[in-house]
Each structure stands twice: as C-alpha cells, then as structure tokens.
Design a binder for this molecule. Structure first.
Ligand code: PNS
Length: 162
C-alpha cells in the first residue's frame, strides 16, 4: 500500500513520547497502522485490548485521527507488514542508546524482508527521557504521572497499581 506505514511497539502503556511520534507520522503518511505487539516476552501490565483502547482514547478528536488504525499482532512484524502490504516501519529513537538496538532490529527485519525498510523519527527533545518502563515504575510508587502520559493513561495506571 502506497504512503502507509506501520508504527509497531509494546505500548505498555502509551506515553506522551508515543503520541508525539504518532502525530509526526500522521503528518507524513496517509495511513499509519499502530501495531500493538502482544507476543512480547516482556510481561505486560495492560492486555492487548487495553493497550489498543488507551491509544484509541489518546487520538480521539485529533485532526489526524482518521489516518490512524490500531491493531494487535502476534508473531513476526514483517509477516504482519506483508499481510497489510505496507513496507515502511516507523520507530521512535529518543537517544543514541536506543539506536544500537533499533539498528539491529531494522537490519534484521530488512534481512528477513528486503522490501521492508525502517524509518526512525525523533520525538520532541522534552520527551526524550520518557519510557513506558520508567512510567510504570513511577506508577508503582504512586508518583505524579501528569507530564509523562495522557491523563486517561495515568488514570488507568493508578488503577492497575492501586
Ligand atoms: O515498544 P517495544 O517493546 O520497543 O517494541 C518492540 C517490537 C514489538 C517492535 C519488537 O519486539 C517486535 O517487532 N516484535 C515482534 C517480533 C519480531 O518481529 N521480531 C523480529 C525483529 S528483531
């Protein structure tokens, strides 16, 4: 599919950094499929369905909402991309330390599927320190989540960790 991209991730949960990348992607592509990985070895706090709902809620009312699709997937990302006939993967890179892992993953995906390439996007520099892992740690200790995640995600996290 022309001018479409897949934005894959665990999104456990969606952070302000993810929303920033998603907005940048939505301004570049006609369609962005946010692909929620539910086969990760990492144990997730939110179910696949919950993660999809949190993303849906976050994009509600945005000018670019119509360009976004959200789907869960299990298995290899390149198989999902081939099924959707999309050959662009998007990943957010916050810092140089992210790059090593991202570079390996992009090249692995390209070796498995030479027609599929990865584009890296940088979030706003104010958001480069945010990660879902840090957000869960703050939530576990009852900290203030307001500058890290959308309000409804903070609410969902507080419920999980109460
Ligand atoms: O948000 P994350 O946890 O950094 O996302 C990682 C994700 C889900 C994009 C990656 O682990 C993935 O693509 N998993 C699916 C399995 C796969 O295709 N692995 C081969 C790529 S190395």
């Amino acid at each position: 599919m022309k001018n479409s991209a897949i934005y894959p991730g665990s999104f456990d949960p969606l952070t302000n950094g993810h929303v920033d990348i998603l907005e940048r992607a939505a301004l570049m592509f006609d369609k962005v499929i946010v692909t929620v990985a539910v086969n990760n070895k990492k144990s997730a706090v939110f179910s696949g369905e919950e993660r999809v709902q949190l993303i849906e809620e976050a994009i509600k009312g945005k000018e670019w909402e119509e360009r976004i699709e959200i789907e869960q997937f299990t298995g290899l990302l390149i198989n999902f991309a081939r099924e959707k006939k999309v050959n662009v993967l998007l990943r957010g890179v916050r810092q140089i330390s992210d790059f090593e892992y991202e570079f390996r993953m992009a090249l692995t995906n390209r070796r498995l599927a030479p027609e599929i390439d990865t584009i890296f996007l940088m979030p706003d520099e104010q958001l480069t320190f945010i990660s879902a892992t840090i957000v869960k740690e703050i939530a576990a200790w009852g900290g203030d989540l307001s500058s890290f995640v959308p309000a409804h995600v903070a609410h969902a996290l507080r419920q999980k960790f109460s």
